[in-house]
Design a protein around this ligand. Structure first.
Ligand SMILES: Cc1cc2nc3c(=O)[nH]c(=O)nc-3n(C[C@H](O)[C@H](O)[C@H](O)COP(=O)(O)OP(=O)(O)OC[C@H]3O[C@@H](n4cnc5c(N)ncnc54)[C@H](O)[C@@H]3O)c2cc1C
Length: 392
């Protein structure tokens, strides 16, 4: 597979056009104000971006969409701004995907149409103050009391969890102990506004200023027993599977970041004069741009190979193991390439690269989280090593 289908490329142009018209003119102001652009979300919904992997009965694209299209959309939004890209990536991968995959028909009918249209967003609360890479160390608890679950605990760094249109956050919680003594973890949906569900003030972040991120606290928070997502005790496995898809999406976001850096730095190097000639004539500059082009190409190929495998898995033609390995490889390579790309681009811009008027400064701040979220680079290396059959 060396190129995407014509349909995918046509779709890319539609999303690129949207990002250049709706996001690019506003993004610097939104970023400075750390403003979450609530009004943009339904416009993304109108374009069908939240429904690319969702069946038609819930308002999605059905057979007309696939995971590759979602990656194209995330890459193109991410090429203009990473925060807007992660709003889509998390909105689908962490918000919609678990409900679609594990929800009952009633749960899907209740939440998905609004999430797909962009009238609502959902979050996914796995990480806790004491449980990140070691996500199984979850301390949040949910106890049954009659027809209700009573949730107590805290989650950290949860994307899309506190916007004006957030309708629900799915959280992992201990609901008992397995026979081998390990905690039994389940997934529970907590609608926004439920008494005892406290959205903490937004974090003051290095980057992703336009993305919504909050800590969450649950204090005797009661939800009906039918808010359990999937089977009791299956929550941890469900979330690990959810993260495999999320990693490919983050890889696409990283491709968008690296692509933007390549374009911005190449244009700048051709026009910026030093010593009476464009800086691009110096091999010290042009070789860095050549390296950047190689990274973009490599990251894109790995990302779309993983996305294609994911679509093949959906069609029953590939194994979960194969997709898991491809996702970890793509995420590791692309995110590290994106961080390097922002460093090269900022260097090419010289002092201007340190100024917020130039988008490379924002990409530089935004890129670092790519190596951390949805599994750090170290976690990806652990997964890849495990995929090679090496002892855990
Ligand atoms: C802006 C933002 C948005 C986020 N959105 C969400 C979200 O929507 N939902 C959600 O659940 N989480 C979210 N996260 C959390 C994110 O997934 C975690 O921060 C990430 O998984 C790392 O966990 P941690 O921060 O606890 O780091 P830790 O697990 O404490 O790791 C610290 C360092 O130790 C390293 N390390 C840990 N264990 C090992 C090991 N065994 N071997 C080698 N190195 C190791 C890590 O790689 C890392 O470098 C978000 C985070 C941020 C910053």
């Amino acid at each position: 597979m060396f190129e995407l289908s014509q349909d995918h490329e046509d779709f890319r142009r539609v999303v690129r056009d949207f990002a250049e018209k709706e996001v690019a003119p506003n993004i610097a102001g939104w970023d400075t104000a750390a403003h979450f652009p609530t009004d943009l979300v339904p416009k993304m919904g109108d374009l069908g971006l939240f429904g690319l992997v969702v069946p038609e009965e819930y308002g999605g694209a059905g057979d007309a969409g696939d995971f590759t299209s979602l990656c194209v959309a995330i890459e193109e939004l991410g090429r203009i701004d990473q925060s807007v890209g992660i709003t889509l990536s998390a909105g689908v991968g962490l918000g919609i995907n678990p409900i679609l995959t594990y929800g009952t028909e009633e749960q899907k009918q209740r939440f998905l149409p609004d999430l797909v249209s962009g009238r609502a967003l959902a979050g996914f609360g796995l990480t806790e103050p004491e449980a990140g890479s070691d996500a199984g160390a979850t301390r949040t608890r949910a106890a049954r009391d009659g027809d209700e679950w009573v949730v107590n605990g805290a989650k950290a760094f949860i994307t899309n969890s506190g916007t004006d249109i957030t309708s629900v956050v799915t959280v992992t919680a201990r609901t008992g102990t397995n026979e081998d003594g390990s905690p039994q973890i389940s997934a529970i949906m907590v609608p926004s506004g439920t008494p005892g569900f406290v959205v903490e003030p937004a974090y003051h972040k290095l980057g992703w200023h336009v993305s919504d991120t909050h800590g969450l606290t649950f204090e005797d928070c009661r939800v009906p027993s039918d808010h359990l997502l999937g089977q009791e005790g299956e929550g941890f496995k469900q979330f690990l599977k959810t993260l495999d898809d999320g990693r490919i999406a983050i890889s696409a976001l990283a491709v968008g970041c690296a692509q933007a850096c390549l374009e911005l730095a190449t244009d700048y190097a051709k026009s910026r004069m030093a010593f009476g000639r464009p800086i691009a004539v110096n091999q010290g500059v042009s070789f860095q741009l050549a390296d950047l082009a190689v990274m973009v190409e490599g990251a894109r190929l790995l990302t779309y190979k993983a996305a294609w495998l994911k679509d093949e898995l959906h069609a029953g033609k590939r194994s979960v193991k194969e997709v898991k390995q491809a996702a970890a490889i793509a995420k590791l390579y692309s995110t590290e390439a994106a961080v390097t790309a922002t460093r090269i681009a900022t260097q090419v811009f010289g002092g201007n690269g340190f100024m917020e008027e130039y988008p490379v400064a924002r990409f530089y701040r935004d890129a670092k989280i790519l190596e951390i979220g949805e599994g750090t680079s170290e976690v990806q290396r652990m997964l890849i090593a495990r995929g090679l059959g090496l002892p855990a």
